[in-house]
Design a protein around this ligand. Structure first.
Ligand code: GTB
Length: 226
């Protein structure tokens, strides 16, 4: 039986694949597991039925038999442990791949999200002009360090793993900000991830959802978080 994931009924990213269901869709494509997708509105996410799956009223969630998961990192790890293809063989290599998963989520994603949120929601605040350059500097520090590690290798540690999948999706949050382009190793790394057939299939699937919604009646934009 297919697992069921949840995704935005109408993603505020307008089909750019920046919401966190994309990383789950991509992982499932990499391991050859199809899934059912239940689309949820912002209002439905805060209702008891969805809160029973996700205590913070967000997407993505993952249901498989009697297992219900939230948190994209936990879902990705679960998929990688259940299927071949996203974790290397060998205990040490697996541990390092997981370290990169956590590095993407804990070290890279927070400053990147903070920077994006500042640009999106705080432009009119009196502190914006002072605070925003500091947030950009924090992002650039991490990008510089990651770029130095990656250098001109294809992936973070040997073969493509769940750590790369998560890292590429996190770096993609900077899409359109003109920042990653200053780090050619990272720009090439993101492009390598995006060129994978599994990524392409996942991207097209989420884009189709957006295009279908856009063809329907308009709904007011919602202030997505995270
Ligand atoms: N830590 C959780 C995880 O990793 O799963 C975070 C989940 C999360 O932030 N989900 C967001 C959500 O449900 C969607 S992905 N927000 C609604 C809410 O909190 O009410 C974040 C996101 C939203 C929009 C864009 N975008 O428009 O570009 C990108 C990413």
């Amino acid at each position: 039986m297919n697992p069921t994931i949840t995704a935005f009924e109408r993603s505020p990213d307008r089909g750019r694949g920046l919401a966190r269901d994309m990383r789950i869709r991509w992982a499932l494509e990499e391991v050859g597991q199809s899934c059912d997708v239940r689309l949820v509105s912002f209002a439905a996410m805060k209702q008891p039925a969805h809160l029973a799956l996700h205590p913070f009223g967000q997407i993505p969630t993952y249901e498989e038999g009697d297992l219900v998961l939230f948190e994209s990192g936990a879902i990705l790890l679960h998929i990688a442990q259940r299927h071949l293809g996203l974790l290397p063989e060998g205990a040490n290599a697996r541990a390092r791949a997981m370290a990169w998963l956590f590095a993407a989520l804990n070290t890279m994603e927070p400053p990147i999200v903070e920077y994006g949120m500042s640009k999106l929601f705080e432009r009119d605040k009196p502190w914006f002009e002072q605070r925003h350059p500091m947030l950009e500097e924090r992002v650039r520090t991490r990008l510089g360090q990651l770029s130095a590690h990656l250098s001109d290798t294809d992936w973070l540690d040997g073969d493509f793993s769940l750590g790369d999948l998560m890292m590429v999706t996190v770096l993609r949050r900077l899409d359109g900000h003109g920042v990653v382009e200053d780090y050619p190793h990272l720009a090439a790394y993101v492009a390598r991830g995006e060129a994978r057939p599994a990524y392409q299939r996942a991207f097209q699937a989420q884009l189709a959802v957006f295009n279908r919604a856009a063809a329907g009646p308009a709904t007011p934009p919602s202030p997505a978080t995270g």
